[in-house]
Design a protein around this ligand. Structure first.
Ligand SMILES: [Fe+2]
Ligand SMILES: [Fe+2]
Length: 166
């Protein structure tokens, strides 16, 4: 622990729990894996973090690509604000990798704390909203198909990749 670490209250551990459920089982499987990887990373000392952190980035690339694909399949424009938030989180995660290699040994720890604060909000708003939207248009996330494709007009929704934020 450094002195600066005592200036702010520590970010509590993030554990998987029912209040993170989005309403879509495949999305929740991905989210549960994300939370488990993040907890493992936060329990790992800095000198051993890089492989786990890179695996978390790879997992997050797939996690976000999956949701971005579902948004497009259910009528959102590709550049909606939910997809944009995914992009900016990934850019930050990659920049942290670079800074770590340049010698900032605490930066992955700080990023992991930031992700533990960010994720519950994102899951409860943008992701839960997307899950609700997918249900409302009859989209099956396991098969990535629409029960009735005529209910979705491609790229007609710009909002936030979900029904509840704009
Ligand atoms: Fe998500
Ligand atoms: Fe998301």
């Amino acid at each position: 622990m450094t002195d600066t670490a005592t200036e702010f209250p520590p970010v509590p551990d993030l554990a998987w729990s029912a209040d993170l459920l989005s309403g879509d089982a495949r999305m929740d499987d991905t989210h549960e894996a994300f939370v488990a990887r993040l907890a493992e990373l936060r329990a790992t000392p800095p000198e051993q973090q890089l492989p786990l952190y890179r695996a978390l980035i790879d997992h997050t690339v797939e996690h976000f690509a999956q949701e971005d694909r579902w948004m497009v399949a259910t009528g959102f424009a590709a550049d909606n604000c939910h997809a944009s938030q995914h992009q900016s989180v990934l850019e930050t995660m990659r920049a942290v990798d670079t800074h770590f290699q340049q010698g900032d040994r605490e930066i992955i720890t700080r990023m992991a704390e930031a992700l533990a604060e960010w994720f519950p909000q994102h899951a409860r708003t943008m992701d839960a909203g997307l899950a609700l939207h997918m249900q409302s248009v009859g989209f099956d996330s396991r098969t990535e198909t629409l029960a009735d494709p005529s209910r979705v007009r491609p790229a007609t929704m710009s909002g936030c990749g979900s029904v509840s934020c704009s």
